[in-house]
Design a protein around this ligand. Structure first.
Ligand code: ADP
Ligand code: MG
Length: 703
């Protein structure tokens, strides 16, 4: 990426406001006023052909009339005039445009927006927006927006796809006491998108974390690539993940692959910390901008009260960091710094008598101890102790211990004094929260961040020998037949080309051929209807399992045909599939969707009621390495079933992971053709015994 253009846009030495107005009710007036009041130290050039002076500044008729260079221009003129301003800006050599004007793609005017972007590209000018509030930076003392004021200063950046939300959060920084260095409204993302800004902010010294409020990406892969490489923590709050309004899907996987699942998978794979709600977005922005990642699971909680200690302990388990007792030698040492009735195990309970000294002693010792990997300090306000004194004891202890790379979060529960003490703690770079579970949630995010980053550093790219040509040939034949789905027989051939173990499956066109093929394969066999018009075969009475002899084979042929005709009189029937009867195994489902935002995406879960009712499935944006596949297998709730429970042998997870990985490769290779697919069920056998795909479905993209 060429940084110079974004540098000009985000850190301009001079800024013009095209559409600057002398009418105080206009945005063009507000922006000029905000830039002045924010304390901007660069040059300000209001542009308006009908005015000469505004708020003490000389007004120029057009950009071309400004005698100096202009780095950035804020545009507030009506939509239809924007394109000519872009032309002027291009000729003038402006680096970036902050297009506040609305009335583009968001209200159906896609074409106008495209024209504006094309014009900007002609001159190499970058565009933020249109349809935005603007950008705000404390470091630049620049409020190039119509939001009322620069936010409370902090170390994080916040990029918001919603303008109204950005304005309200701007004001909320003061009441929540969580500051931001930058607030950026991204609007329609006609040019500059989340990925561009994350990439730029990652190199910007004034911010140390990057928070995003996202309604939807245009290019999910581009974002993932940038986020994976980011050195600073990226935190995302994705809105719009409920089922409401989701489109109906053709396959099981399609119906399960909602935005929550796919975005969640993508964030995890890219090392992006997910916020659960707006409050959490603030908490995480604060925490990740101030504290280092937590590199291990050894969390210590120090408290002066049993109640908050238990609440924090519960939260630790809930957020994936269950507490362990600290080692014996640590306990021995800690006992020296607390009364008889305290507890040195974890939580370390100093009791309500704890004042400056006990907090100081224990914090200093615990943070420096090699076993400790993260520390949560709790304090319940008491009548005998002073919150500010405790806060000071903590900060002096942390300063003297001078330990790096171990995060600390704090919660003081109490009144005004506690609030004040926490505000001061935040100023000392220690994230502090009004409830113990919030402090634990925050530190667990630092743990999660470290875990994800470790995984992100592994590559998901691999070379698996496959027969892509064969797969494409089968798809081509089906297309020539005028179809947009493959039959089970065809889908299994595609799977087989990717080395997925499928049951031998042959197509019989007549009863006699069925008998012949059954003998070839060997009884017992399974018989299934093969029709592009019958996707769910059991529903049509189209599946007969465990057929043991010729008589039953002939009978099954007749029954299945009759059932199919009854189910759908005009169904195009290719024949009946004769296949080997796979022995019983643990049923799992593999599936894929071609997500509109992230492209080929893989699903895995246990079959039967686990997928139907419990929806116990997990997703990855493909490709998926074997290691990632093993993690998928380990992260579903039903994982113990595959690991072997109650005397059952563990299932062949190695082979399953290999299969998932191959499947993922298949959907990447065939993404121009395959829209959804599943292998449902796959029967998984005991360790070393492999697995079998017994049913296969591939839906093609409409062409
Ligand atoms: P559909 O999902 O279209 O209804 P399936 O091919 O999945 O049809 O068959 C229904 C069920 O029959 C499967 O879930 C599985 O339990 C069983 N089954 C299908 N094929 C085989 C086979 N080759 N070996 C063993 N069991 C099978
Ligand atoms: Mg099935």
């Amino acid at each position: 990426m060429d940084r110079s253009k974004l540098d000009g846009l985000m850190r301009p030495k001079s800024i013009a406001i095209v559409g600057a107005s002398t009418d105080p009710t206009k945005i063009g007036y507000t922006v000029v006023k905000n830039i002045i009041e924010g304390g901007y130290e660069g040059k300000i050039y209001p542009i308006n052909p009908k005015a000469t002076e505004l708020l003490g500044l000389k007004v120029y008729p057009t950009l071309m009339d400004v005698p100096d260079d202009i780095d950035a221009a804020v545009i507030t003129v009506p939509a239809k005039l924007v394109i000519s301003v872009v032309e002027d800006a291009g000729k003038k050599g402006v680096k970036g445009l902050i297009i506040i004007t609305s009335g583009f793609a968001e209200s159906g005017n896609r074409k106008l927006e495209q024209e504006v972007v094309a014009k900007a590209q002609e001159y190499g000018v970058r565009i933020l927006g249109p349809n935005i509030v603007g950008t705000l930076s404390n470091a630049e003392k620049l409020n190039a927006s119509f939001a009322p004021t620069l936010p409370l200063p902090g170390k994080g950046a916040l990029i918001s796809q919603s303008g109204a939300l950005l304005i309200s959060l701007d004001m909320a920084t003061f009441t929540r006491k969580v500051g931001f260095e930058k607030l950026i409204s991204i609007g329609n993302m006609s040019d500059i998108d989340f990925a561009d800004l994350v990439e730029w902010l990652d190199e910007d010294e004034s911010v140390s974390s990057i928070s995003l409020y996202i309604e939807g990406f245009k290019d999910g892969r581009k974002f993932m690539d940038v986020a994976k490489k980011a050195k600073k923590p990226v935190i995302a709050l994705k809105a719009g993940v409920s089922a409401h309004g989701a489109v109906a899907a053709a396959s099981h996987t399609g119906s399960l692959a909602g935005a929550a699942k796919v975005y969640g998978a993508a964030f995890q794979q890219a090392g992006v910390v997910q916020a659960t709600d707006l409050n959490n977005l603030f908490d995480l922005s604060l925490t990740l901008s101030l504290q280092p990642p937590m590199y291990g699971d050894n969390l210590v909680i120090i408290t002066n009260g049993g109640g908050v200690g238990v609440l924090a302990t519960d939260a630790a388990e809930r957020f994936g960091l269950p507490l362990k007792f600290v080692p014996k030698d640590v306990q021995e040492e800690l006992k020296k710094h607390m009364p008889e009735f305290g507890s040195a195990k974890n939580p370390v309970d100093l009791t309500g008598m704890a004042g400056y000294d006990w907090y100081y002693d224990t914090v200093k010792f615990v943070i420096a101890h090699a076993w400790t990997e993260g520390l949560v300090i709790l304090y319940c306000e008491t009548a005998m102790t002073d919150p500010m004194e405790i806060a000071k004891g903590i900060i002096v202890a942390l300063d003297e211990a001078n330990v790096h790379g171990k995060p600390v979060t704090i919660s003081f529960v109490g009144g005004e004094k506690s609030e004040k003490a926490m505000q001061w703690l935040v100023e000392q770079n220690i994230p502090s929260f009004s409830a113990p579970d919030l402090a634990v949630h925050a530190i667990s995010a630092l743990r999660e961040y470290a875990r994800m980053k470790e995984i992100v550093s592994e590559s998901d790219h691999q070379t698996i020998p496959v027969d892509k040509e064969q797969a494409l040939r089968i798809i081509k034949l089906a297309r020539e037949d005028g179809r947009d789905s493959l039959t089970e027989v065809e889908a299994k051939q595609v799977f087989a080309a990717y080395g997925l173990p499928t049951t031998t499956t042959l197509l019989a066109k007549s009863e006699d051929e069925a008998v012949k093929l059954a003998k070839e394969i060997g009884f017992p066999i399974v018989m299934k209807i093969v029709s592009p018009d019958i996707l769910h075969k059991s529903d049509a009475g189209g599946v007969k399992v465990n057929i043991k002899d010729v008589t039953s084979c002939r009978e099954a042929f007749k029954t299945i045909m009759a059932n199919a005709k009854e189910y759908k009189a005009d169904a195009n029937i290719h024949g009946i599939a004769i296949q080997e009867m796979a022995p019983w195994g643990t049923e799992v489902i593999l599936g894929s969707v071609n997500d509109a935002t992230f492209g080929p995406t893989m699903m895995f879960g246990l079959g039967g009621i686990f997928v139907e009712i419990l929806k116990d499935v997990t997703f990855r944006v493909a490709p998926v390495s074997k290691n990632s596949a093993l993690r998928m297998i380990g992260e579903i709730r039903g994982a113990p079933i595959l690991a072997g429970v109650r005397g059952e042998e563990p299932r062949d997870r190695e082979m399953l992971a290999e299969t998932i990985s191959r499947y993922a490769q298949m959907i990447v290779d065939l993404q121009d053709d395959v829209s959804e697919s599943d292998a449902n069920p796959v029967l998984v056998y005991a360790e070393g015994k492999g697995l079998k795909v017994v049913d296969a479905r591939i839906i093609l993209k409409k062409k």
